[in-house]
Design a protein around this ligand. Sequence first.
Ligand SMILES: [Zn+2]
Length: 474
Amino acid sequence: VSAAREGVRMRERLVADLLLRARAVVTMNPGREVISNGAVAVTNSKIVAIDNAAELSERVSARRVIDAQDGVLTPGLIDAHNHPQDTLLRGVLDDLGPGERRMTSYVFPYEHGISDDEAYLASQATFAEMLLNGTTCFCDAGGPTPDGVARAALDVGIRGGIARRGNDLPGPMLCPVTGDAETVLMRASETVDRWNGAADGRLRGYYNLDLPDNATDEFCISVVESAAQRNVGIVGHLVGEVHRSDTSTRRQRFSDVERLEQLGVLGPNLTLAHIGWIHEEDVAAFARHEVNAVHCPSQSMFGATGVVGHGSIPELVGAGVTVGLGTDASCISRFLDLVRVMYLAACAHRDVRMDPLVIGAHKAFEMGTIDGARALGWEDKIGSLEVGKEADIVVFDASGLEWWPDPFGDPVNNLVYSSSGRSARTVLVGGRILVEDGVLTTIDARALGRELSDLRPFVLDRLGLGAGQRSRPW
Ligand SMILES: [Zn+2]
């Protein structure tokens, strides 16, 4: 009798592929629940159960168990603005003087001069570094080699958005225009159609509006129409008027935001990165049209663009605008560690505003997870640990001294204020283990590093960007 009862009980057990147990599970669900001694069950690509570990061990038979006694389990981090092909340029933009035109003289010749295969290798390095730091999803901020970026994402296993650079004017930074407006738009649409939904939805396609100054009104309107037809997002840049941080300054002309509003570009599927200082009315327009923003503090602090010191990020957050976080590029952020970016987002504005309650670790962690997902229109699938969502999961190892003396008391504060992405031990994307015990499972990162080191001097020489050719500011 007891054997029969046991059989019934066994049949009621949920069979899962994987059970992850950790000392703290930071769910980022609507209640922002943190489960101490928690567990997450994964089947195929999805989370099928989440609860305290004792409860789940009763209910779930898992083919494999990962027991992270010193672990903090969180949603995978989301890097909502990055140019993945820029890795071979890392180091070339260091300490450029104000007269050296970073984009015009270096970034655009590089991006438009490399082959798709070179973009593939460089992007692989980007995604490897992201995953090793706990980032499970990126969004390509728009470049000329989206296929290389997408192929790298497919092979490394990361989730992400793909976008081809969209501009029909060179603008003040002389961004190359790759054809007439119709051709540029057609090729952008081809990119979206090729990659949107690829790999069981692991990739999504986006349109790009590179900068407001780089697009005619007609081009902006066409992009909005094409994105609406395909029900996809639009990503782009908005520098803002950082040098006119005095809000009493009378504007000389319509702001970029006003222009985009009049053109019907502003909407919940638009995500604009950087955002220096913008008018109060522009902040209100972001909120009114549910436009999303992406904050890239490491880009601004490295490149001296003034977003932290003179920008409007705290105002956007205060107005309820969804603000994600991004690294922008390894040549301008230098690191692709979203935990370090969270630290900057959490703390840098406090110093500038002399207000210890601006943003902080918990808001920064939201920005790097659920808010980033929302900014990319992807919050139904990722950004939090909830039943039915994709199993994009990080286990951070909290055994390091920087987590002590109370590693699990407030794991979010400990991660953001004390630690870094290097605490990431195990990383899953769609239920697949891509980092195990701190090592990538899909590609050989060391071999890739050697390949990039060998390739880099040839690429820089070919493009006339060899190190040492530029002047130093000192
Ligand atoms: Zn960018």
